[in-house]
Design a protein around this ligand. Structure first.
Ligand code: AMP
Length: 248
């Protein structure tokens, strides 16, 4: 069974994002970038399937700038077998990404595609679902547990107030949630080995897919700055302040 894992290079989750002065987006100049954390979980899950003998090959694909090659290398160091970089400096929106991934799926014929539930840069949470729709494949989103048995993929999903288990006929789409697993750190020998693993370099034009944007970003703003707290002398003062604010 071949597993395809799409990985996105995003602003590192520890970095405090700064909005560009013209409010057109987030300033990415000189900012640390990393693999989307949910995609690390997807890579880990795919590598575990391979270690268990369920998967035979793990292919990672990233759509992004030349530097997204580093993101692919990270996945290769975690245990993926080979990578595909679809190079572009203009990041397509989720529908464009889903169309490109559909084209990759048609070329690679994986039985399972494991995506993150969302990319933490734009929090779209759309690509996996759109890919499922474009391919007309069943999907198990927000996976907390994935089990392959008797040609089926059983996905336990995180839903409001509990868990739901769905059985998917394969080929299928899974999107990962936070509690699915804890991704490994790549060891130094594996980082060295990953340098020799192949990465196929592609362009969007190779896939004959229309990725023309359909959305316009009107503006991006920072969250409102939190007001400073206030110290009060005693409980009575606290209560009268709260009453004055209408909180009690
Ligand atoms: P999103 O719908 O943008 O929140 O992204 C959901 C998932 O789609 C991510 O966790 C990735 O698995 C995949 N994805 C989104 N954008 C890309 C990209 N540029 N390259 C590869 N995978 C992507």
């Amino acid at each position: 069974m071949k597993v395809l894992v799409p990985v996105k290079r995003v602003i590192d989750y520890n970095v405090k994002a700064r909005v560009k002065p013209d409010q057109s987006g987030v300033d990415l100049a000189n900012v640390k970038m990393s693999m989307n954390p949910f995609d690390e979980i997807s890579v880990e899950e795919a590598v575990r399937l391979k270690e268990a003998g369920t998967a035979t090959e793990v292919v990672v694909v990233s759509i992004g700038p030349q530097q997204a090659q580093e993101t692919i290398r990270t996945a290769l160091a975690m245990g993926a077998d080979r990578g595909i970089l679809i190079k572009t400096d203009e990041m397509p929106e989720p529908l464009g990404i889903a169309k490109l991934l559909k084209a990759v799926v048609e070329e690679e014929s994986p039985e399972l595609v494991i995506l993150g539930k969302q990319a933490i840069d734009d929090d779209s949470n759309q690509t996996g679902q759109m890919l499922g729709a474009l391919l007309d494949w069943p999907q198990g989103t927000f996976a907390n547990k994935v089990e392959i048995a008797d040609g089926k993929c059983n996905v336990t999903r995180e839903v409001d107030g509990g868990l739901q288990t769905v059985g998917l006929d394969m080929p299928a789409i899974v999107t990962t949630d936070l509690r699915l697993n804890e991704p490994r750190y790549a060891s130094l020998p594996n980082i060295m080995k990953a340098k020799k693993k192949p990465i196929d370099m592609k362009e969007i034009g190779d896939y004959g897919v229309d990725v023309t944007p359909r959305l316009t970003v009107v503006k991006v703003t920072e969250p409102p700055v939190r007001e400073a707290g206030e110290k009060v002398e005693d409980v009575d003062a606290l209560i009268s302040k709260l009453k004055a604010k209408g909180a009690i």
